[in-house]
Write a protein that binds this ligand. Sequence first.
Ligand code: SAH
Ligand code: SF4
Length: 410
Amino acid sequence: MTSTIEMTPTSASFVEKAPLERYVAPAKPSLIGLSREQLADAIGELGAPLSQRKMRVQQLWHWIYFRGFTSFDDMTSVSKELRTQLAERYTLDRPEMVAEQISVDGTRKWLLRLPGDPESGLPHDVECVYIPDAERGTLCVSSQVGCTLNCTFCHTGTQRLVRNLTAGEIVGQVMVARDRLGDWPGGTRPTDGVVPSGERCTTNIVMMGMGEPLYNFEAVRDALLIVSDGEGIAISKRRVTLSTSGVVPNIERTGNEIGCMLAISLHAVRDDLRNELVPLNRKYPIAELLKACRNYPGVSNAKRITFEYVMLKGVNDSIEDAKALVRLLKGIPAKINLIPFNPWPGSKYECSDWEQIEKFSQVVFDAGYASPVRTPRGRDILAACGQLKSTTEKLSARERLALRAMAMTD
Ligand code: SAH
Ligand code: SF4
């Protein structure tokens, strides 16, 4: 069965799921997610002469990623012949938006359906959360369906179905958001919900949805390079943040090959506790992780690393922990993000009391870090999320996504 997940012990104490879910590409693939080189190859296969390919790619890039067109027919600068050939072999499909929920505070959650495995018949769904503010809009993007890692406080970790998203499915989340928000040149903004006042609705991207982005490195890299390309969607790399649970070998590559902002899901200041909360710590312990952070290409006071710290009552939220946290991060250009724990059915943790979060936050603040603990966004639509799909697995993934999005909106 392709839909079952094997438990693969990679060491006596570290257990990780292997992604086994099969992905069957659509018969007619989408051009979304192809790099300029891949686009050049695609039109080369259709017979475009070598001398013209660069110019043709430039035209296509503009229509696809700057204008957001969904049909080849409308690409007036492209020859009729090439448009017909492209339409015969390719689409400009994005993931299918199957549900939308809008919070009273304007936060939107979209359920997106991706091609699954016809054999198992299970749909492959991910969620994408949009958090508008007065002047910016943050999109929380997924990198995998489920996650192979098993952080004990995260419900996605318990999800059985796991597969990597393709670069096209990752870029596609951004495109679908911009389609919905009328966020292409000349587009019409929705009249419901909230949109920022500026020229663009989608100004920031956080790779904090489902999945571990550094376990799907190439696709995430290719997608983020497209999203930040100045002649297309053009979201600056300083406004793109990738969050990792600590896949140390890929951290340097993230800086060198993507060059985006980095967030680390730290959550504990001692290896014994982090081993339990984030089992990947057994493979890449805190000292190694922080060394990779110190050496993160491009890190500086102007380009700080965000350390995420989920507040778990009686587990990691003591004043001693707060003091140890600021000691641990000494010398690293850092921001600290305290996240109230979002409980899910069957979870064994509770969120820290508000007074404790404030005390913890004060220690962090006194050490010179701004440590905002934000008012949750989109909470009112969490309960209703369960109505979209009855499984608790889905409900929890949504809860977590909304929470992540909320935590990054400072
Ligand atoms: N896999 C990556 C990115 C996705 S998870 C990572 O772990 O960093 C995004 C963030 O949500 C991580 O910081 C994760 O620790 C946090 N998170 C997961 N479950 C949570 C929960 N129930 N409550 C609060 N934060 C949670
Ligand atoms: Fe995966 Fe991140 Fe959840 Fe850990 S916190 S199980 S790495 S999605």
